[in-house]
Design a protein around this ligand. Structure first.
Ligand code: ADP
Length: 293
């Protein structure tokens, strides 16, 4: 049976480190960092995510600055709300909860956030820096997947990794992170001709397709490490993209729930602190006084 890669111990370790980091930050600056959160409307999954974020940030002691906007918010009002958080030097990171209401232009979330405060790696600047192999804050979900691999000491360099799914928030950035860690990476998607042939080659198999039961035991190389990012509700139960029977073939497997999902918010805490420290080194333009002449 596969080793179960529980997310909670990984999250706990990240949050413990974050508490020390927060103490150092408060000692040096005399203030707390804050995470700005933009919520428009009341989408169920956005609200569930917000509740989880509140819980995690409260555990560490980092306050949230929540801007809740109505579901019919206009694009200019939404932009103004985000700009207010971007401008405010007390706000270290900005998170836009998705999905945004459908009347807003697709992709607008990525334009709302100052890249210096982009704790969830959604801006074109963050995505571009990730693609270029430059230091950046990657999206928190795949960053959490990498943290799991690291925490359990699972080797990446030189391994064959196969990522199923190419979404900009999970599959694609996960593929880039694995590539940066020197895996040989294949990305599969809806157009892949023979998915099973590809996945069977994987030493590290990543499921990020949003399809319950997509990955069956026959598709998995014996002993492989399987990372399941699937978040699917089936008969009121949360299930991943990987069939439970895969545990009989895989060497290690993240459970759903309690796997990758348990780490995402801890990464957001880490990124908020990282953005706070960076802002000290390069003060936000609006907080810099004009030079004396
Ligand atoms: P997520 O946010 O979990 O990444 P998305 O719905 O945004 O989910 O993206 C789904 C991704 O999964 C797409 O890249 C799509 O091509 C891929 N995908 C969906 N179904 C399949 C499938 N049956 N086989 C391979 N890839 C799939």
């Amino acid at each position: 049976m596969a080793i179960v890669l529980e997310g909670r111990p990984v999250a706990r370790a990240i949050l413990e480190e974050a508490r020390d980091d927060l103490t150092a930050y408060v000692t040096q600056t005399g203030r707390l960092p804050e995470l700005g959160v933009v919520l428009a409307g009341a989408d169920r999954s956005a609200l569930a995510y917000l509740r989880a974020i509140r819980r995690t940030f409260r555990r560490v002691g980092i306050p949230l600055r929540e801007l809740a906007l109505p579901a019919d918010v206009s694009e200019p009002t939404l932009r103004a709300a985000a700009a207010e958080l971007n401008r405010d030097p007390a706000v270290s990171g900005v998170l836009v909860l998705q999905p945004l209401p459908h009347h807003l232009p697709p992709g607008i979330a990525s334009e709302l956030v100052d890249p210096a405060k982009d704790v969830d790696g959604i801006t074109a600047t963050s995505a571009g820096r990730l693609a270029l192999g430059l230091p950046t804050m990657p999206p928190s979900t795949p960053a959490g997947g990498m943290a799991i691999l690291e925490h359990y000491g699972l080797p990446i360099a030189g391994r064959t990794a196969v990522v199923v799914g190419r979404s900009p928030v999970v599959g694609l950035p996960m593929a880039l992170l694995l590539l940066a860690a020197n895996a040989t990476v294949t990305i599969c998607h809806r157009g892949t001709a023979d998915l099973a042939a590809a996945t069977r080659r994987a030493d590290i198999l990543v499921a990020a397709a949003g399809r319950p039961g997509l990955i069956t035991p026959e598709m998995v190389k014996p002993g492989a490490t399987v990372i399941d990012f699937g978040v699917n509700v089936v008969d009121d139960q949360l299930v991943g993209d990987v069939e439970p029977a895969v545990a009989e073939v895989a060497g290690a497997l993240t459970p759903v729930p309690g796997g990758t999902g348990a780490v995402t918010n801890a990464i957001l805490v880490r990124h908020t602190l990282r953005a706070a420290w960076s802002a000290l080194r390069a003060p936000h333009p609006s907080s810099v006084s004009a030079p004396n002449r």
